[in-house]
Design a protein around this ligand. Structure first.
Ligand SMILES: *Cc1c(COP(=O)(O)O)cnc(C)c1O
Length: 451
C-alpha cells in the first residue's frame, strides 16, 4: 500500500476528528477541530502551520516546554531498554529511582509511592488507602468510612473522585451513583460571606471546619483538599493560613489529610509543591499532570510510613488495587528527566521572576477593563474572572459563553487558552519567557475588546 496516498488530507482529518474521536469535556455538536501537528518549547503548531503559544500548558501539565531534548532523550533511551514492565509483583530500575526521588522532593514523611496512570486514579487510590488503613491498623477504627471534602472541589472523573468532587455542572448528573461525603464550605477570597473581612477569612473557614470535625470525626477517614488553589472550580484561592489550619485540625481530630497536588504540584505555585508554602506535610499526596513534565500518562499516590506499615503482614492486609500501566518506565524516565531539569534550568527561580512580571502585566493591561472582576495569581497560575458588574461581583450569564469567546479571539493573536467558564486561565509552561507572557496578556486584552 502506498502510505503517501493513504494519508488523510487536512479536511478529512478534521472530519474524522469530529466523527471518530469523542473529545473530553467537549460538546461534540459544536466542536471545531484544532489539530496540533507538533510543538517546541511553549509553541504549538497546528496542521495548517499556525503557531500558538500554549498558555495553559496543554491543560496544566507541561512544565519545561514541549520536545525538550533532555526529556525526549530520556524517553528514547528507556525505549531501547524496555517499554513496559508491570508493577504487579515486579519492577524496573527507572521506576524504582523515581519513587526514591519522589520521597526526596516531597514534604517530610511521604515515603511510599503507589503509581497509577492519571490524576483521578491517584485520588481513587488515596481514598481507598485511607479507608483500608483505619480498618486494619493495630488500633482499628472501622467506623471511619466517610470523607470530608470542600465545596466546589475537583478531584477527577472516576466515581470515587467525583464523589469527593463538588463542581455541580460536572457532577450533578451522576449524583445517584455517588457515595455520601461531608461537605465543608470552601474558602473563596474573592467571594467571602457577608460581613467577613479578608483578615477574618481564615479563622472563619477554620471554625466551620472544626465544627464539622467535632461532630463527625469518628466517622471520617480522611479530608481531601486541593492545597492553596481549587483549580477546576475556577482557580479559587484559599486565604493564607487556611491549609496550615486544616493540617492542625485534621491532626487534632485524628483524620488523615489527603493533599491533591495534581494541578498545583511541580512548581506551578512557585514552590515544588503547594503544601510547602504553609509547611504542611499531608498523610497522603496525589500527583499527576506535571509529574512527567507533561509528556506521558503517570500519577503517584505517596503515603507515610505510618500508613504503609499497616498494610504489611497478612495477605488480607494487601492493598488490592492496581492499574495495568502503573509506574510505566517510559513515563518514569520522563519524570526523572523533568526532576533533573528543575535543577539544571533553575526552574523555580524562573517561576519567581516570571510571576512578578505576569502580576505587573495583568495589573497594567487588564485590571481596569470593565469586564474584569478579579485577577488572582500564585506563581504561574493566574485566573482572570469576568463579571457583569465589577462592584457587585455579579457573574456573567454563563449561557453567553463570554470566556470562551475571549479565548477564541485570542487565537487570532497566536495564543491558545482554555477558560473555566468565565474565568480566563493563564497557566503556561514554567519555561515561558517574558516576551511570550506579554503576548499572552496582549492577546487577552485584544479578546476582551472584541467581545
Ligand atoms: C486534573 C485534576 C485531577 C484529575 O486528573 P486526571 O489526570 O485528569 O484524571 C485531579 N485533581 C485535580 C486537582 C486536578 O486538577
Amino acid at each position: 500500500m502506498d502510505s503517501e496516498s493513504s494519508q488523510p488530507d487536512i479536511g478529512q482529518l478534521a472530519e474524522w476528528d469530529r466523527h471518530y474521536v469523542w473529545h473530553a469535556f467537549t460538546q461534540m455538536q459544536d466542536y471545531d477541530p484544532l489539530v496540533i501537528q507538533s510543538a517546541r518549547g511553549c509553541v504549538l503548531t497546528d496542521i495548517h502551520g499556525n503557531e500558538l503559544i500554549d498558555a495553559v500548558s496543554s491543560v496544566w501539565c507541561n512544565v519545561h516546554g514541549h520536545a525538550h531534548p533532555l526529556i525526549n532523550a530520556a524517553i528514547s533511551e528507556q525505549l531501547n531498554q524496555v517499554a513496559h514492565v508491570t508493577s504487579l509483583g515486579m519492577s524496573n530500575p527507572t521506576s524504582i529511582r523515581l519513587a526514591q526521588r519522589l520521597a526526596e522532593v516531597t514534604p517530610e514523611g511521604l515515603e511510599h509511592t503507589f503509581f497509577s496512570g492519571d490524576g483521578a486514579s491517584s485520588v481513587e487510590v488515596a481514598l481507598k488507602m485511607a479507608f483500608q488503613y483505619w480498618h486494619q491498623r493495630k488500633d482499628p477504627k472501622p467506623a471511619k468510612n466517610t470523607y470530608i471534602a470542600l465545596g466546589s472541589a475537583y478531584h477527577g472523573d472516576t466515581l470515587g473522585s467525583v464523589s469527593v468532587g463538588g463542581v455541580a455542572r460536572f457532577h450533578e448528573m451522576f449524583e445517584p451513583l455517588l457515595f455520601n461525603v461531608i461537605r465543608v464550605e470552601n474558602p473563596n477570597t474573592y467571594r467571602l460571606p457577608d460581613g467577613i473581612s479578608q483578615e477574618q477569612a481564615t479563622p472563619y473557614y477554620l471554625a466551620k471546619l472544626e465544627e464539622t470535625l467535632k461532630q463527625h470525626h469518628e466517622q471520617v477517614a480522611a479530608m481531601v483538599i486541593e492545597p492553596l488553589i481549587q483549580g477546576a472550580a475556577g482557580l479559587i484561592m484559599q486565604p493564607e493560613g487556611y491549609l496550615r489550619g486544616v493540617r492542625e485540625l485534621t491532626q487534632k481530630y485524628d483524620v488523615l489529610l489527603i493533599a491533591d497536588e495534581v494541578a498545583v504540584g511541580f512548581g506551578r505555585t512557585g514552590t515544588m509543591f503547594a503544601c510547602e508554602q504553609e509547611s504542611v506535610s499531608p498523610d497522603i499526596m496525589c500527583l499527576a499532570k506535571g509529574i512527567t513534565g507533561g509528556y506521558l500518562a503517570m500519577s503517584a499516590t505517596i503515603a507515610t510510613t505510618e500508613i504503609w506499615q499497616e498494610f504489611l503482614g497478612d495477605p488480607v492486609k494487601t492493598f488490592y488495587h492496581g492499574h495495568t500501566y502503573a509506574g510505566n518506565p517510559l513515563a518514569a524516565a520522563a519524570a526523572l528527566a523533568s526532576l533533573d531539569l528543575f535543577e539544571l534550568e533553575q526552574t523555580l527561580a524562573n517561576v519567581r521572576q516570571r510571576e512578578a512580571e505576569l502580576k505587573q502585566l495583568l495589573t497594567s493591561r487588564l485590571s481596569d477593563h470593565p469586564l474584569v472582576g478579579d485577577i488572582r495569581q500564585r506563581g504561574l497560575v493566574a485566573g482572570i474572572e469576568l463579571v457583569s458588574n465589577k462592584q457587585t461581583r455579579q457573574p456573567l450569564d454563563p449561557a453567553l459563553g463570554i470566556g470562551g469567546k475571549v479565548c477564541l479571539a485570542a487565537r487570532e493573536k497566536g495564543v491558545w487558552l482554555r477558560p473555566l467558564r468565565d474565568t480566563l486561565v493563564i497557566m503556561p509552561p514554567l519555561s515561558i519567557n517574558q516576551q511570550q507572557l506579554t503576548q499572552i496578556v496582549e492577546a487577552i486584552a485584544y479578546g476582551l475588546d472584541q467581545v
